[in-house]
Each structure stands twice: as C-alpha cells, then as structure tokens.
Design a protein around this ligand. Structure first.
Ligand code: HQG
Length: 177
C-alpha cells in the first residue's frame, strides 16, 4: 500500500475508534475495543491492510487485544471510554505542547482535557514540541509530575507512551523558554 492510502486508512481508524464509532454502526466495548471483522467490513479493507497500517503507524496509535480479534485506539478518545489502564508513576517532569493563544487560559485554569478524555502529556520536550506544532508555533509547558503525584493526582500511560491525567492545576505548570 502506498503512503497516501496508509494515511487515509489511519485517519479513518482514528476517527472511528476515538470519536465516531456509530458512523460505522459500531459501538466500543469496555476498554474501547471493536471486533476486527466488523471493522474490516465497515471500512471495506482487508486484514492485511489493517495489519500494515497498525504496524507502520509512527505513533503506534492502534493496538490489537491479546486474542488478535479486537482493536482499539491506545489514547485520544472523545467518546466515553474506560481504557482500564492502571495508575502508573510518571517521571518527575512531563511536558505539554500548546500554542500562545491558549497560554493565558491554561496558566489561569490549568490544563483541561477539552474534547478528550484526559490531558495528554509527553515524556520529552521534542514530542511536546511536535504536539504543539500541530496548531502553530509551539509553546512548551513543563509539568511538575512529581508534585502532582505527591498531592495525589493519578497518572496512566497509554500503550504508545502518552501520559494521561484528568487535569493539571496551574501551580504545577511552568513555561519553558
Ligand atoms: C489546549 C495528538 C485553553 C491544549 C497529539 C491543546 C497528542 C487549553 C488543546 C494528542 C486548556 C486540546 C493530544 C485550557 C488545554 N484553556 N486551552 N484550560 N487546557 N488546552 O488535541 O494535547 O496525532 O485535545 O494545550 O500528538 O494537543 O491524534 O490535545 O492545545 O498526543 O494521535 O487545548 O493528540 O495525537 O487539544 O493533543 P487536543 P493535545 P494524535
């Protein structure tokens, strides 16, 4: 499959596994899983195409279950879903990439999940910069994850290494210049 086709299928997977399964007549089972056979039928793609998209996805956005019969998005959902991720101890420092126009609101009220299920945080500045750059010139915030943990905030890490938390109050945020 060429790169364009791969990206097209990947975007459709993100759309339906994270945001709009109903458009394909699918519902997410607990954990966010959907049966692969139903998904293949709904998208008119083959198992080989699906395997290739999942394996080559640079951000490893999708994961199969241990039986190989179901698939889910590893993070990024807007529909109600409990991924069943266990709480995990984050590194002392995490990062969030955003853009200048959101900065005042973020430093006033903290990071909120907005349309998604959790705030997404990155383990490295580089990844945060890439996330922020989706919207313009990136602005990087350092998150005092150690302080949050000490105060009882829970974190989870997705299968593809994204750190998730319900919200980040402003006192744990520092602008990185
Ligand atoms: C901002 C992509 C105002 C926040 C990426 C962000 C990531 C606030 C936007 C993943 C705010 C939400 C997630 C507040 C947060 N006031 N703005 N209080 N709190 N914001 O897309 O983190 O390619 O939902 O800074 O790479 O940008 O889809 O979150 O700019 O991993 O796999 O509100 O999505 O991954 O935007 O990105 P998003 P995000 P995929």
């Amino acid at each position: 499959m060429n790169e364009k086709e791969n990206t097209r299928i990947s975007k459709r997977l993100s759309l339906h596994l994270r945001h709009d399964p109903a458009a394909l007549g699918l519902t997410l089972a607990p954990g966010g899983w959907v049966p692969i056979d139903a998904l293949l039928r709904a998208l008119s793609i083959t198992r080989e195409q699906l395997d290739e998209v999942v394996e080559t996805n640079a951000k490893r956005r999708f994961a199969f279950d241990e039986t190989g019969t179901r698939i889910r998005a590893s993070q990024g959902h807007s529909v109600a879903v409990d991924l069943g991720l266990a709480d995990a101890a984050p590194p002392d420092v995490l990062y969030h990439g955003t853009v200048a126009k959101f900065l005042d609101a973020i430093l006033r009220e903290g990071l909120r999940p907005m349309n998604r299920h959790a705030v997404h945080l990155s383990a490295t500045i580089d990844t945060a910069r890439t996330v922020g750059a989706r919207r313009g010139k990136p602005v990087i915030l350092r998150v005092d994850a150690a302080g949050m943990t000490a105060a009882g905030h829970a974190f989870q890490v997705s299968a593809n290494g994204v750190w998730l938390t319900a919200s980040v109050p402003p006192e744990y945020l520092y602008r990185v210049d």
